[in-house]
Design a protein around this ligand. Structure first.
Ligand code: MN3
Length: 198
C-alpha cells in the first residue's frame, strides 16, 4: 500500500463537546479510511505509487478524477486532524498573529472572513487559510480539492483547513453549519497552525 491512514494523535472524544466522538470515529475510520483505500486502488501499478501526496496534488490536472477526489481527501483530512486538539482554542501569537493582523486588519476580521468562506461554500467542500509565500489569504474549494492542486482557483500552502462536508457535522449540528464553524475555533491548535506557517 502506497499510502496509509495516518494515526490520530488524540481519542475520538478528545474534541467534545465541540466535535462529538461518534462523528470523529466515523469521519476518521470510514471517510478518511475510505479516501486512503480508494487512493491506493486508483494509483495501483502506476508511477504515482512512488510519489509524495504533495507531488501528486501539484500535478492533479494530469490524473484521474479518482486520484483527485481521493488524493485530496487523504491529504485534507490529515491536515484537519493535525490542526485540532482537545487543548485548543484561544488566539495565535507571534509571527502568525502579526501576519493575520497585516493581511486581514485584525484577528477578528480574519475569523469573520474565514467563517464567511466556510458558511457560503455551496454543497461539500473546505475553507482554507492559505500562505502565498508568507502572504495569507482565505479561500474555499469544492469537494476534496485544495490549494496545492494546479486546478485550484486560489493556490498556495494550506495552513488551516476546515471540512464543511455535512458528514463533518450533521450528527451533532444537523443543518446548522455556522454553529459547527463557530465551535471549530475552540479546538483549533494554534501551535500546529503556526508550525505550518513557518
Ligand atoms: Mn470529511
Amino acid at each position: 500500500m502506497a499510502f496509509q491512514l495516518p494515526d490520530l494523535k488524540y481519542d475520538y472524544n478528545a474534541l467534545e463537546p465541540y466535535i462529538d466522538a461518534q462523528t470523529m470515529e466515523i469521519h476518521y475510520t470510514k471517510h478518511h479510511g475510505g479516501y486512503t483505500n480508494k487512493l491506493n486502488t486508483a494509483i495501483e501499478g502506476t508511477e504515482l505509487e512512488n510519489k509524495s501526496i504533495e507531488e501528486i496534488l501539484k500535478n492533479i490536472s494530469k490524473h484521474s478524477v479518482g486520484v483527485r477526489n481521493n488524493g485530496g481527501g487523504f491529504y485534507n483530512h490529515k491536515l484537519f486532524w493535525d490542526i485540532m486538539s482537545g487543548n485548543g482554542g484561544g488566539q495565535p501569537s507571534g509571527a502568525l498573529l502579526d501576519a493575520l493582523n497585516k493581511d486581514f486588519g485584525s484577528f477578528d476580521k480574519f475569523k469573520e472572513t474565514f467563517n464567511n468562506a466556510a458558511a457560503t461554500r455551496f454543497g461539500s467542500g473546505w475553507a482554507w487559510l492559505v500562505s502565498q509565500n508568507g502572504k495569507l489569504v482565505v479561500a474555499s474549494t469544492p469537494n476534496q480539492d485544495n490549494p496545492l492542486m494546479d486546478v485550484s482557483e486560489v493556490k498556495g500552502t494550506p495552513i488551516i483547513g476546515l471540512d464543511v462536508w455535512e458528514h463533518a457535522y450533521y450528527l451533532k449540528y444537523q443543518n446548522r453549519r455556522p454553529e459547527y464553524i463557530d465551535a471549530f475555533w475552540n479546538v483549533i491548535d494554534w501551535d500546529q497552525v503556526a508550525k505550518r506557517f513557518v
